[in-house]
Design a protein around this ligand. Structure first.
Ligand SMILES: NC(=O)c1ccc[n+]([C@@H]2O[C@H](COP(=O)([O-])OP(=O)(O)OC[C@H]3O[C@@H](n4cnc5c(N)ncnc54)[C@H](OP(=O)(O)O)[C@@H]3O)[C@@H](O)[C@H]2O)c1
Length: 291
């Protein structure tokens, strides 16, 4: 297992992230062994001093610290199958992203091969690796994180270790992406409705920015209500939300815009109303969310 800061690092997978990681390591003076399924992707890195390996196992054999970044966890498992026992005694940092359950499965594979395992997720683009612009979220082996903190710090100065439960980094990563997708989706659905009403879409931008800022400002209170299972209402109540959501569904239907997300929320509000929960905040739908 880990004995201290590495001066030699292996990078498996030289797509956008793996190549960026390799470039940053080389720029910081690390001897960097590289391997990619398609060998041509190593060429540019070799010109900058990386050492190419003929196989993933050969690449792993040269370093105590191994960083893996491939498309998805199925690809990550395929690479680990090839590496086999060469991983024994190494630290594997997997920057491939996936689900928490997927991370747990990779951790089992790493442990079966005698490696210490740290899971990592890159929040940001490949061009931001090596800067504070990219946030790296880690979970898994604290010993591995601490032993290689200086090396990992070169990939981003805004790294966070989220705990030893290995799926946690992916939980946070997907939760962040979920918020982005759902707000972007709501924005796009409203732009389509603006188009149907003949209203210029750009006119909505300042209003969208205003309501998202107000939503952001309320997150801490919402989380407190959920944590305390207490949903006091200050203005209106669930019956008022049901009316507004009904109007939203009606407007979107008239515009031929999909109603699924708001119709789903309207259904949850109705469930709460049916159980007699009118004088509660919208937050109380958390009680109806789980299927
Ligand atoms: N790019 C970003 O800005 C970004 C940002 C945040 C997170 N991520 C995450 O980081 C991870 C890597 O992304 P990326 O952008 O670097 O991907 P990418 O540029 O598409 O490269 C994918 C890499 O995976 C390899 N690969 C795919 N299937 C494989 C298999 N079965 N066996 C061996 N190697 C295989 C590819 O090898 P070949 O060259 O042989 O095809 C290639 O090196 C992903 O999980 C992604 O979601 C990426």
């Amino acid at each position: 297992m880990s004995t201290g800061q590495a001066s030699q690092v292996t990078v498996l997978g030289l797509g956008a992230i793996g190549a960026a990681v390799s470039r940053v390591l080389l720029a910081n003076g690390y001897r960097t062994a590289v391997w990619n399924r398609s060998a041509d992707k190593a060429t540019a890195l070799v010109e900058h001093g990386a050492r190419p390996a003929a196989s993933a196992a050969d690449a792993v054999a040269t370093s105590e610290l191994v960083i893996l970044a491939v498309t998805d966890y199925a690809a990550a498992r395929a690479v680990l199958e090839q590496v086999g026992a060469a991983l024994t005694g190494k630290v594997l940092v997997n920057l491939t992203t996936g689900t928490p359950e997927g991370a747990r499965r990779i951790q089992r594979m790493a442990r079966e091969r005698g490696a210490d395992y740290l899971d990592g997720c890159v929040q940001g683009g490949a061009d931001q690796v090596g800067t504070a612009e990219a946030t790296l979220l880690y979970s898994g082996s604290l010993a591995a994180y601490e032993a290689h903190a200086a090396t990992l710090h070169t990939l981003s100065t805004s790294s966070t270790f989220l705990g030893e439960s290995v799926g946690t980094a992916n939980l946070y990563d997907l939760a962040i992406l979920n918020l982005w997708y759902e707000s972007q989706s709501a924005f796009l659905h409203m732009l389509a409705t603006f188009q149907d009403e003949g209203e210029p879409v750009k006119a909505f931008v300042p209003y969208a920015e205003w309501i998202l800022e107000a939503t952001r400002a309320g997150f801490a209170d919402t989380a407190t209500q959920v944590a305390e299972s207490s949903y006091p209402v200050e203005v209106g109540g669930l019956a008022e939300h049901a009316r507004v959501l009904g109007d939203l569904v009606e407007m979107r239907e008239k515009s031929g815009v999909a109603v699924a997300p708001v119709a789903h929320l309207a259904g949850l509000v109705r469930q709460r109303l049916d159980s007699g929960a009118d004088r509660q905040d919208l937050t109380s739908v958390i009680a109806a969310i789980r299927r």
